[in-house]
Ligand binder design. Structure first.
Ligand SMILES: [Zn+2]
Length: 248
């Protein structure tokens, strides 16, 4: 076991960062992006599992990528154009303020059922058929439905059946099993501070241990094990989530 020192700015980076009305995206612009189609880009680490899942369901002829990574400027343009076309009430419900959109992380994707007349802001993604099959299997690929019905008061965003967020494995499965959205998951993880009993998740032969490490000033010291089986993400606010994996 070795140690790693994380700069304060690292709290704004990683698969689990929380971006919402209170917490703006403060990380560097995602550089390692890949194109899902001509207009839709995603961070490579999210795009690869997404492609595998979509391929398993029949490919991009049945599901359509509608919107992925957005720069600050693009988010600004979408917000302003929605204000003009749809008015303030609609826009505030469905379009995040520039700087506060998960799309700026490169880890969020809006999907639609492939077909003509796909709406750019509210694409059709019903709770049946191929879309529901996507939803059911998404957690195995590290994705969660981010803005669910009944959680509007927590997320601050209206129900968006089409918006999925990559958080990685096994976090997506834990969130699903415990019925937690990302805001709630971050509160929950604070019950498992480094040095105490970790949150444990078993799947097949794998055992994951997850702990929360509070931000410790200019540098935060975390334990670090063998490469490939340890991952760390900031929460975009006040600490880090450390995930380690081993085979049973
Ligand atoms: Zn979206």
């Amino acid at each position: 076991m070795t140690e790693r020192r994380l700069e304060r700015s690292a709290v704004h980076r990683g698969d689990l960062i929380l971006v919402n009305a209170q917490l703006p995206f403060a990380g560097p612009e995602e550089q390692d992006r890949v194109c899902l189609d001509a207009n839709v880009m995603l961070a490579r680490r999210a795009a690869e599992p997404l492609r595998r899942l979509v391929r398993a369901l029949g490919g991009w002829s049945v599901l359509a990528p509608v919107s992925g990574w957005r720069s600050q400027r693009e988010q600004q343009e979408i917000y302003e154009s929605s204000l003009r076309q749809n008015g303030r009430a609609f826009t505030e419900q469905f379009v995040a303020l520039p700087g506060h959109s998960e799309h700026q992380t490169g880890l969020a994707i809006d999907l639609g059922q492939a077909g003509p007349d796909l709406d750019f802001i509210c694409p059709d993604f019903p709770y049946c058929g191929i879309c529901q099959e996507f939803r059911r299997r998404a957690v195995d690929y590290g994705f969660v439905e981010r803005y669910r019905a009944g959680k509007e008061s927590v997320t601050g965003i209206a129900h968006e059946p089409w918006h999925f967020r990559y958080v990685g494995r096994p976090h997506a499965a834990i969130m699903m099993q415990r019925d937690l959205v990302l805001e709630e998951y971050h509160s929950f993880l604070k019950n498992f501070p480094l040095g105490g009993t970790p949150l444990c998740w078993k799947e097949g032969k794998g055992v994951w241990e997850i702990v929360f490490v509070p931000l410790q000033g200019a540098q935060t010291c975390i334990p670090w094990g063998e490469n490939g089986s340890w991952a760390v993400s900031g929460n975009n606010e006040d600490g880090f989530i450390l995930t380690s994996w081993k085979e049973q």
